[in-house]
Design a protein around this ligand. Structure first.
Ligand code: ZN
Length: 461
């Protein structure tokens, strides 16, 4: 709707969206009370009331003390069931709004107008689809998953000193708490807003992380913010949302702490989580490294077989040249990549090396901002602010929309995956054609990759 890079226009749009969102929520409350029950045409506006008593999570048990690895895997009732909040309905509070002065017809007319005017980002919890919002938090990561019945997982929470961004977006979504927090690693561009976010949106259940310690003020504040919710993940930790549904959302943590590769680099230690829903898979791996240097180890290559084909890839390390190696992309072969980074970042993200490799494989790369590296290529790249993925159960489709423009792309879940039976076990493999091209690119450019100045090789982002 607005030209890329038109920040003032985008800001104006966001302000308008905030205003309309507030108005819509008020109207939503009026209509909800007027309707008295949920109607299909109101489904995007009415929050599901999940059966909280049936919530279970398969996770590490017994609970590991923070900083220590847990060893066994099992099924247990939610730890949070002992918390008062965990037994409450997930229905959100209805905003107060003077309803007596509006006729039903006027409400419907106004509501329809607002619905047309507001981007899909403004609608939120429990709309029957899986929602994955890659928030535009600047030079860092912060993404919120909203399950079809309304439970939420926050994957990283934004950049220290820029917490208004995730806070305002989460408010705009209309959520009032976070069910789970997953920290990819301990850099300030990933857990920089833990205090602010947990204060504004109380955490109901676990805050999973890689355990251990890290010497920084941000880390100390994160530990204080999540308190006794903190739990060390293992590579068998599994969180299940919507357990009563025939299509639950399953989040598997498949790797962390270098996946067996000796390293102390905080990026290398990133936790890798897979989101599974009705055949759809997304991967969230923080700032995982994929090319060995003096500072980094190649972790991606050993993690790739644990991941397999995916639909959506949160590009590791904001498009660093040391992320997204050819083996990783060949094995995971994502359809869609999401680059989360900020304008004018001092790391030169996204890099031409990473982008060139991504373009060999993915159909689209969605950027939260323009960054400060290679410019977007309109054949592949969309700069869109917050990037929103919707997976609609039963359709085998997912859509990608953006907060800052009118793009709406539709993809088929699992497209390009070949089902292969090997030794009686079904596995999935992507078409190999582009993988060969990537390999060639890698060989030709390898010396260039190593020789170039390491603009993004500072162990802080
Ligand atoms: Zn980072």
């Amino acid at each position: 709707m607005f030209p890329e890079g038109s920040r003032s226009a985008v800001t104006l749009w966001r302000s308008a969206a905030d205003f309309l969102s507030s108005a819509a929520q008020g109207l939503c409350g009026v209509v909800r009370r007027w309707a008295g029950r949920r109607e299909p045409w109101l489904s995007p506006l009415v929050y599901h009331s999940a059966d909280q008593n049936d919530r279970r999570v398969r996770a590490t048990t017994p609970k590991a003390r923070a900083g220590e690895p847990a060893s066994t895997v099992g099924i247990m009732p939610m730890r949070g069931s002992s918390r008062p909040a965990a037994t409450q309905s997930s229905r959100l509070p209805v905003p107060s709004f003077p309803q007596a002065h509006l006729s039903n017809g006027l409400v419907v007319a106004l509501l329809s107008a607002v619905l047309v005017a507001i981007p899909s980002a403004a609608w939120s919890a429990g709309d029957g689809t899986l929602q994955l919002h890659f928030m535009d938090v600047g030079q860092g990561d912060g993404a919120i998953l909203i399950a079809p019945d309304g439970e939420t997982i926050l994957f990283d929470d934004g950049v220290r000193g820029e917490c208004d961004r995730p806070l305002s977006y989460l408010r705009q979504l209309g959520i009032d708490h976070i069910d789970y927090h997953i920290a990819s690693h301990y850099h300030a561009d990933h857990i920089g807003c833990a205090t602010e976010v947990v204060q504004a949106f109380p955490l109901r259940h676990e805050a999973f992380d890689r355990g251990g310690n890290y010497s920084s003020k941000t880390f100390t504040e994160y530990v204080e913010a999540v308190g006794d919710h903190r739990q060390t993940a293992t590579d068998h930790t599994e969180i299940v949302l919507d357990t009563a549904s025939t299509t639950p959302v399953v989040v598997d943590i498949v790797a962390l702490n270098g996946n067996g590769v000796p390293t102390t680099n905080e990026n290398d230690l990133s936790l890798v989580a897979l989101i599974h829903f009705n055949g759809f898979t997304a991967e969230m791996g923080g700032d995982l490294s994929g090319i060995r240097t003096d500072n980094y180890e190649d972790i991606e290559t050993s993690v790739a077989p644990k991941v397999g084909p995916i639909d959506v890839y949160k590009v590791h390390h904001h498009g660093s040249r040391y992320s997204s190696n050819p083996t990783w992309l060949t094995v995971t072969h994502p359809q869609v990549a999401v680059l989360s980074m900020g304008d004018d970042n001092r790391y030169g993200h996204p890099t031409i090396e990473c982008l060139a490799r991504l373009h060999q494989v993915v159909r689209r790369v969605y950027w939260t901002e323009k960054g400060a590296g290679v410019p977007p290529d309109s054949a592949y790249d969309v700069v869109g602010g917050t990037i929103i993925v919707h997976v609609r159960p039963g359709t085998h489709k997912f859509t990608v929309t953006c907060s800052a423009n009118a793009v709406e792309d539709t993809f088929t879940v699992g497209a390009g995956v070949e089902h292969v039976v090997l030794g009686g076990n079904e596995t999935q493999e992507r078409m190999p054609s582009t993988a060969i091209a990537i390999h060639h690119y890698y060989i030709e450019s390898a010396s260039q990759v190593i020789a170039e100045p390491r603009r993004d090789n500072r162990n802080r982002k």
